[in-house]
Design a protein around this ligand. Structure first.
Ligand code: NAP
Length: 284
């Protein structure tokens, strides 16, 4: 058996087109959704990520501003930029690209973002809203994973989901989103004893670790849904996930590829959140 592929490129395209249509409708009501992206320093990977985000905004008809700031920018100057964007009526979403240089406390900066513009969903107010089931912005990567599960009409209620990784931006919010859909959720991490015993019980595996081949075919129950969040490089420098894709696809029921899986969905959900933020300004 070969698993059915969940095509993140195609699904992201669907969402981007939806955002573009909604954006036109919103503009007709006088609001053009706007995203500000702040990049501090010249980390090459971050530069690629922010360029892709800004390009996706432009293609969907959103207003976007990319501020490239010097690596030696002080924390207080960065906070001042965030506060100015909080007040800017043309900006509905603020994204501070992580990681920040060591002399800046990322926590302070994220907490300075107005939660109403926290389209990355990293503010404690957004995390609290997710935990308590209140409206707020969901972090884009797990949000994208949920849309991938929705796209295959997978009924999560009563299913066992195993999330590998417990970061604040992927693992923990992912687990909360699955729980909200009535899955029984196990969170695994680097101190988990016998990861394979956990994953073999899983109807759904979400791997968000950052290490190649964390999930191998012998760790997967036949027919399970496998979502690969990881972004790694193999010996040849090629992008790959946390899952041994070729072997696991022979066992799984559904699987996401890397590249072309969760990555494009993360950007699509950033657009969805920014649009939603703009829409909310009409109802306040
Ligand atoms: P992170 O903060 O480094 O967290 C990694 C998690 O994996 C930690 O909770 C860690 O456990 C756990 N872990 C490490 N080794 C493990 C092992 N051998 N067995 C089980 N768990 C283990 O990373 P992240 O920010 O969540 O990102 C995870 C991966 O997703 C990375 O490859 C990242 O590049 C990728 N990512 C992709 C996207 C996308 O759009 N596609 C977005 C975000 C992240 P401890 O907590 O015990 O240390």
């Amino acid at each position: 058996m070969s698993a059915q592929l969940i095509d993140g490129n195609a699904l992201a395209q669907h969402w981007r087109e939806q955002v573009a249509r909604d954006c036109v409708a919103l503009q007709a009501r006088g609001v053009k959704p706007g995203l500000a992206v702040l990049l501090v320093g010249d980390n090459p990977a971050s530069q690629v990520y922010v360029r892709n985000k800004v390009k996706a905004c432009e293609q969907a008809g959103l207003h976007s501003v990319l501020e490239q700031l010097p690596a030696d920018l002080s924390e207080s100057d960065l906070l001042a930029r965030v506060h100015a964007l909080n007040r800017d009526p043309l900006i509905h979403g603020i994204l501070v690209q992580l990681p920040l240089p060591d002399h800046i406390d990322a926590h302070q900066v994220i907490e300075a973002i107005d939660p109403a513009k926290d389209v990355d969903g990293f503010h404690v107010a957004s995390a609290g809203a997710l935990m308590t089931g209140l409206p707020g912005f969901w972090p884009c990567t797990p949000h994208g994973c949920m849309k991938m599960l929705e796209s295959i009409d997978y009924p999560l209620s009563g299913k066992h989901a195993v999330v590998i990784g417990r970061s604040n931006i992927v693992g923990k919010p992912m687990a909360l989103m699955l729980l909200a859909q009535n899955a029984t959720v196990t969170i695994c991490h680097s101190r988990t004893v016998n990861l394979k015993a956990m994953t073999l019980q899983a109807d759904v595996i979400v791997a968000a670790v950052g290490q190649r081949n964390t999930v191998t075919a012998d760790m997967v129950k036949p027919g399970a849904v496998v979502i690969d969040v990881g972004m790694n490089r193999n010996e040849a420098g090629k992008l790959c996930g946390d899952v041994d894709f070729e072997a696991v696809r022979q066992v799984a029921g559904h699987i996401t590829p890397v590249p072309g899986g969760v990555g494009p969905m993360t950007i699509a959900m950033l657009l969805v959140n920014t649009l939603e933020s703009a829409r909310r300004t009409l109802s306040v």
